[in-house]
Design a protein around this ligand. Structure first.
Ligand code: HEM
Ligand code: HEM
Length: 259
């Protein structure tokens, strides 16, 4: 397998062997935390009082991991298109430096979100982290034909089943969970706790969506030695019928300036 192919499976591999098992641990402790809180006094001793703090501890790892895996998923095509594919560097060197800065600011905002205590700072750093993810996802580069194309494949033509948009929602929900931790503990009316439960059950659905759409995208990306033949098949397909099937990383035939 070539270096480019290995780089392609880096993100899915880390998601599968690290992030998804972590989701399992977080959900296990979440369920235990809820069961313990809802148990009557007699049965309370059966579940350890540490399940809440343990859920929080692994949850904190999960938030960073999901933001990290989303950044890695976007770094891959950016590095591939600007550094590995020949001919793109000269026209895009300035863009590349700017994008590296966006990555640094996003990671720094996440680190500061972990440290922030007061509500305004938590809101500021959570917003900055989320904005960083979106801004990176919408970066473009100038190709050899002089047109601007997207660096990150967002599947805008089928946004309802897009790995990018699902990933963004999941990452935002993790960032939000992190930002409201002090409120969950402080709020006696349990409102923040309920908000947390509802939003993170939704996050679970998006994680499942990431598993499905990620596996699909992996099927659509050919191994490097198969790429020329597969691209030709897509070109033939678009010439004989409306181009409904489009490959990952391949600008649609009617994309114009948008891809
Ligand atoms: C898939 C992700 C997650 C799910 C499904 C989930 C679900 C839950 C559930 C069901 C509870 C128990 C609520 C109750 O008492 O009834 C809970 C508590 C809590 N969660 Fe999460 N959660 C997730 C991720 C996170 C993350 C990422 C964080 C923070 C970084 C977090 C922080 C907390 C905190 C602080 C509590 C209160 C724990 C305690 O009572 O000691 N959760 N969560
Ligand atoms: C929490 C889990 C995950 C998150 C937040 C996430 C996020 C992302 C993001 C933001 C991108 C860049 C946009 C795109 O190309 O669609 C991406 C790319 C990708 N993801 Fe994921 N992903 C996750 C899990 C997975 C899994 C489980 C797989 C496969 C089994 C996978 C396979 C891929 C592939 C093949 C790409 C394209 C990479 C490339 O262009 O080189 N992802 N992911």
């Amino acid at each position: 397998m070539s270096a480019v192919d290995l780089a392609t499976i880096l993100h899915p591999a880390i998601a599968v062997f690290y992030v998804f098992p972590l989701i399992g641990v977080v959900v296990y402790f979440a369920w235990q935390t809820r069961q313990r809180r809802l148990q009557d006094k007699e049965n309370k001793g059966k579940i350890s009082p540490t399940v809440g703090p343990q859920h929080l501890q692994v949850g904190k790892w999960l938030s960073a991991s999901v933001v990290g895996i989303a950044l890695l998923g976007m770094a891959q095509p950016i590095v591939k298109k600007l550094l590995i594919e020949p001919g793109n560097w000269d026209a895009n060197a300035g863009r590349f430096v700017l994008i590296v800065l966006y990555f640094i600011v996003t990671i720094a905002s996440l680190v500061l979100l972990y440290r922030a205590r007061s509500l305004p700072w938590r809101a500021v750093f959570a917003t900055l982290t989320g904005m960083g993810l979106i801004i990176i996802g919408f970066q473009k580069f100038q190709a050899g034909d002089g047109n601007l194309y997207d660096l990150v494949f967002r599947r805008d033509f089928e946004w309802q089943i897009s790995h990018y948009y699902y990933g963004m929602v999941a990452a935002f929900l993790m960032i939000f969970s992190l930002a409201i931790v002090p409120d969950i503990y402080r709020d006696r009316s349990l409102t923040w706790r309920k908000v947390h439960i509802v939003l993170n059950c939704l996050a679970l659905l998006f994680f499942i969506g990431q598993g499905v759409t990620g596996a699909r995208d992996l099927l659509e990306i050919p191994l490097s030695w198969q790429k020329p033949a597969i691209e030709q098949l897509y070109i033939n397909n678009c010439q004989t019928q409306p181009c409904e099937v489009r490959p990952v990383e391949q600008p649609p035939a009617d994309a114009g300036q948008s891809q």
